[in-house]
Structures are given as C-alpha cells and as structure tokens.
Design a protein around this ligand. Structure first.
Ligand code: PLP
Length: 384
C-alpha cells in the first residue's frame, strides 16, 4: 500500500455512537471532553498512526537553534556556490556576515507576488562601479512598480547603506545586488495592510561568470514583456529565464527578443549593439526595453572612437533582424557580460565570424573605465 492509499484508508468503525460523534465534532474549541470522548479520540489517533507510514522524520518540528544549524549545514553542503559575504535587511535594520541568516520573510510580497524591483553594481578593486546610475534606475523602477521607500529612508540613506554593506563584506572584487520590495505582512495582493516596504542588499564574492568566446545567439520564441514591464527592472524575470533556457537548450549563449513591431529589442539580461559596414554604432531605442547602465556608459565612452575616426557615429535606431544580422560586428552589453562580441545569430555568421576590432576597442574602454574611470562612476568603499 503506498503512502497516499494508506492516508486515504477509512478509519475503522469507532465504538462511539452517532450522537456522541456529533456531540464530539460540535464540541466548541477549548472545552474539555468527557472520558468516553477522550478514549474515542485516543482510539482514532492510534488507528490513523498505525495505518499510515510514520513520516514524522520527513517534517520534524524544529526549534530555532536547530533551524539555524540546518540552514548553516545546507549552505556548507552547497559546493562551488558563490560566496555571500554580507547582507543588509531593513526588516532587521542591520547587516549580517553570516550566510545562514541571509534570508527574507516568506510573506514578503516580493516573494509571493513578484512585487519588488532590483538592481546591481560591480565592486572593482574596492570601488563601486556606476552605483549612482544603478541607484537612479532602481528608484525609477520602484516608482513604476508603486513601491515606496521604507519609512525614513531616502536616496542618500540607501546609498550609505549599500556602501556600508560593501564595506562590512570586505569584498574588493564582486557584486552588490539590492532589492526594494513592497514588504512583508500577509499573502494578499493588496499592499494596503502592509507594515512598510523593505530594502535588502547582498554582496557576492567574485565577478559573475564571464561569457564564453565565440558567442552564438538565437532569436527568442518566448514573448518579451510589454514595454510597461520591460522598462522597469522588476523581479518578474520568468520570460527572461525561459528565453535563456531556450538558448541553452539550443547550444547558444543567449536569446534575442524582437519587439511587437519586429524590431530588435534586447537579450534577457543585456542590451545589444551593432556596428554597420559604414562604421555606425547602432543601438535599439530604450522605450520598450531596459535602459542599460552599461550601454549608456558605452555610448559616452565610444565618443572617443568617433573622435579618433574609428567610428562614424553613434545612434539609437530601430533595426530589423535582417539588418542586425548583416552588421559587421554585433555585441552584447550589460553589467554581467560587459561588452561581448557575438559571432553567430541563428544560422547567420556575423561579419567574418571573428571578434571585430571595434568590439575589442569597446571592451578595452569599459575595462579601463571600471579600473580607473572618474569619481562619477567609481565610488571608493572605505573598508572598516
Ligand atoms: C533585461 C535586461 N536588459 C538589459 C540589461 C543591461 O543592463 P545593465 O547594463 O544596467 O546591467 C539587463 C541587466 O541585467 C537586463 O536584465
């Protein structure tokens, strides 16, 4: 007999009368039973325990110190996982460096309703790269998602907390990721009964894995988010995840979305750029996609290539897939991939199928900027 059958097996006929059974089932909570009802209850429990497999070890009731012990053990059992060095939570109002307690409440609306927005910043040689630009974007995303800041928080306080979290982590090269959420309180859709919104931040050791050389991309068959949602960085990344899975299943690095009019949009975690045979650097408009902080910075940095005569111009342009595939060079652009040349899109080889000189120049520009750019893009972390 399997576990389900044993659970569904009827409880044997009890020696109690129908009237007593009714009286028992109608007994108000908290009132004591008479001895005959108690013996019926004990008999019933004995029968159901005897008839089901004892599965109490599947879900033991744990004390809080046991939970902590198990959380710690489960982290230790995860091999080759990134190291989480510090986490801030507005729910506890502070920073922890113990990965076992880097948790968020299950009743947080970001967890069960996707009502949260997020952003990132790279930590490079002890500096936060483009923190202000990413902060501006998370505040924009929060406003679009109708998420207020936690009470008594403003932009300056959030920035301070993020820098302090980086400092407490002692991380010199890694990533800072942070979220603004509608906050914990209940499992409803409405946010009106919630105590207050929440801010979470975490520092992860090391850079995100670099993309491979010789990137191949495919056209995504998963529909992209409509502009209202694609232009904000919310935690609703299911289309992005599925699009990325589709690419991996087809042996590609990532997938490219076309918008509702058939123009090239973006990838699931990056923007795209094209260098035409006329040496024009073209990028899709940001009105239906996420305005990438890296793409915006690249546009500024690439002006140098225009001055040197290596690029003719830099423009936002609606491009069809056919036009994109005919480009001399194609690049993925984003915090995770920096600038990564694409050598094949579906069956089409891009350019001569090798990393092009302008993609190389753009990579060099962004790496130099991350290591020695101006204070407007590099905030030093003062380590404790
Ligand atoms: C959908 C999407 N587009 C573009 C980007 C690139 O943005 P950024 O350069 O700010 O990382 C990202 C980054 O995560 C993204 O998720």
């Amino acid at each position: 007999m399997n576990a389900l059958q044993s659970l569904l097996k009827p409880i044997p006929q009890s020696p109690i009368s129908g009237a007593e059974l009714t009286a028992h089932s109608q007994r108000p909570l908290g009132k004591s039973c008479n001895s005959r009802q108690w013996s019926f209850r004990r008999f019933r429990i004995r029968c159901s325990i005897a008839d089901t497999v004892d599965r109490s070890s599947d879900a033991p009731v744990l004390g809080s110190s046991q939970v902590l012990e198990r959380l710690r053990a489960s982290r230790e059992n995860q091999e080759n996982q990134p190291q989480f060095l510090a986490m801030y939570s507005s729910v506890v109002g502070g920073i922890t460096t113990d990965p076992a307690v880097m948790v968020i409440p299950i009743d947080d609306h970001m967890v069960h309703r996707g009502h949260g927005v997020f952003d990132t910043a790279a930590i490079v040689d002890g500096h936060l790269y483009e923190l202000d630009q990413h902060l501006d974007r998370i505040l924009r995303s929060a406003s679009m998602a109708k998420i207020n800041l936690p009470v008594s928080y403003d932009r300056e306080k959030i920035k301070n907390i993020l820098i302090r979290t980086a400092s407490a982590s002692k991380c010199r090269n890694g990533q800072l990721r942070y979220w603004l959420s509608a906050g914990p309180g209940n499992f409803l859709l409405s946010t009106s009964g919630l105590h207050q919104p929440a801010l979470y931040a975490i520092v992860i050791q090391g850079k995100p894995p670099s993309p491979p050389k010789g990137i191949k991309v495919i056209t995504s068959s998963i529909p992209m988010k409509p502009p209202q949602f694609a232009t904000m960085k919310s935690v609703n990344y299911l289309p992005n995840v599925l699009s990325n899975m589709e690419a991996e299943e087809k042996g590609a690095y990532t997938a490219i979305w076309l918008d509702s009019e058939g123009f090239i949009a973006e990838g699931p975690s990056m923007n795209v750029g094209f260098i035409t045979k006329d040496k024009e650097f073209l990028m899709p408009h940001f009105d239906k996609i996420l305005s990438g902080c890296t793409a915006k910075r690249i546009i500024t940095l690439a002006e140098r290539l225009v001055k040197e005569g290596r690029l003719r111009s830099i423009r936002f342009e609606n491009l069809t897939m056919e036009e994109g595939k005919k480009a001399e060079e194609m690049v993925l652009i984003g915090s995770g991939v920096l600038v990564s040349p694409v050598l094949q899109w579906d069956e089409q080889i891009i350019g001569d199928g090798r990393e092009g000189p302008l993609a190389r120049a753009l990579v060099d520009l962004i790496i130099e900027d991350m290591k020695s750019g101006p204070l407007t893009v590099r905030i030093p972390v003062l380590y404790e």
